[in-house]
Design a binder for this molecule. Structure first.
Ligand SMILES: Nc1ccn([C@@H]2O[C@H](COP(=O)(O)OP(=O)(O)OP(=O)(O)O)[C@@H](O)[C@H]2O)c(=O)n1
Ligand SMILES: C[C@](O)(CO)[C@H](O)COP(=O)(O)O
Length: 250
């Protein structure tokens, strides 16, 4: 039988799960972090637009704060989003890991590649999203975008009381360290197996896949894919957004 007579392989379809159900304790009091605004628009909407900007992403599953699903639905309805992308909304859980699992449970069949992206990384460029998808398409079961570290890192013996001096145990070789970002990309079956297998609470999906003994690979991340975690991150995010708007002329 010639190759021409074989049925064409089914096209790979990519879905993105966006966990957005965290409170944002480190950011300080206020609305759930994903609903706080950046340049007047909720962080979650920025994150959804960033993922949907990839032409490869055909479904976005938003995992909302359990007491905020109605509000998130109104936000998704009220903001312009690409028409070629489908959206699903599910209530989240107590931990990031549980929220991701609830998002995975809602995934319909037919999506072989799954991205997991923090709503708290609203400014990730589409090129980073596409680079992660491309690496999974090329055969890596788990892909993380990451950056080299700017600072020297020390391993310490954590102090029993906050503020006490901490003895340094080691100085890891910085050239071998990377700071991990999202979206992380997975072969769907591998990610589901990780969530079914790993029982300890891990905030990093790639770390769960590592526990299966599956190789995770790193592709270059982007400085603007940083996570809004503490108040200063919000100041930086506003500045990055303002610069983008200036460059785009609106
Ligand atoms: N129960 C949870 C906890 C976190 N997340 C999501 O996981 C992402 C990364 O988490 P992080 O930045 O640590 O957010 P929070 O847990 O909200 O932050 P904090 O630890 O400061 O409360 C965020 O988009 C957050 O909304 C989630 O969906 N469900
Ligand atoms: C998944 C993650 O964004 C990778 O950097 C991170 O692990 C999220 O949670 P954390 O609580 O800030 O570690």
């Amino acid at each position: 039988m010639s190759d021409d007579s074989l049925p064409a392989p089914a096209p790979t379809r990519t879905a993105a799960v966006i966990p957005a159900a965290g409170r944002g304790v480190r950011l300080g009091p206020g609305a759930p972090k994903a609903l706080r605004t950046l340049g007047g628009t909720p962080m979650l909407i920025h994150a959804v637009r960033a993922l949907a900007a990839s032409r490869a992403v055909s479904l976005v599953v938003v995992v909302a704060p359990p007491d905020g699903t109605a509000e998130v639905k109104s936000l998704l309805d009220a903001h312009a989003l690409p028409e070629r992308t489908d959206f699903l909304l599910v209530p989240g859980g107590e931990s990031r890991q549980e929220s991701v699992r609830l998002g995975l449970d809602a995934l319909p069949p037919g999506y072989d590649i799954v991205l997991v992206h923090d709503a708290a990384r609203p400014l990730v460029p589409v090129d980073t999203v596409d680079a992660v998808i491309e690496a999974v398409r090329e055969g890596a079961p788990a892909v993380v975008p990451a950056l080299p570290l700017a600072d020297t890192v020390k391993e310490v013996e954590p102090a029993a009381t906050q503020g006490e001096p901490e003895p340094v145990l080691a100085t890891p070789e910085r050239a071998r360290l990377r700071a991990v970002q999202t979206p992380q990309g997975f072969d769907r079956a591998t990610l589901i197996r990780a969530h079914e297998t790993v029982t300890d609470d891990v905030t990093d999906d790639a770390g769960m896949v590592e526990q299966l003994g599956v190789t995770v690979v790193v592709v270059p991340g982007h400085e603007e894919a940083f996570k809004v975690t503490r108040p200063l991150d919000l100041v930086l995010a506003e500045a990055v957004l303002a610069r983008r708007r200036l460059n785009d002329g609106f």
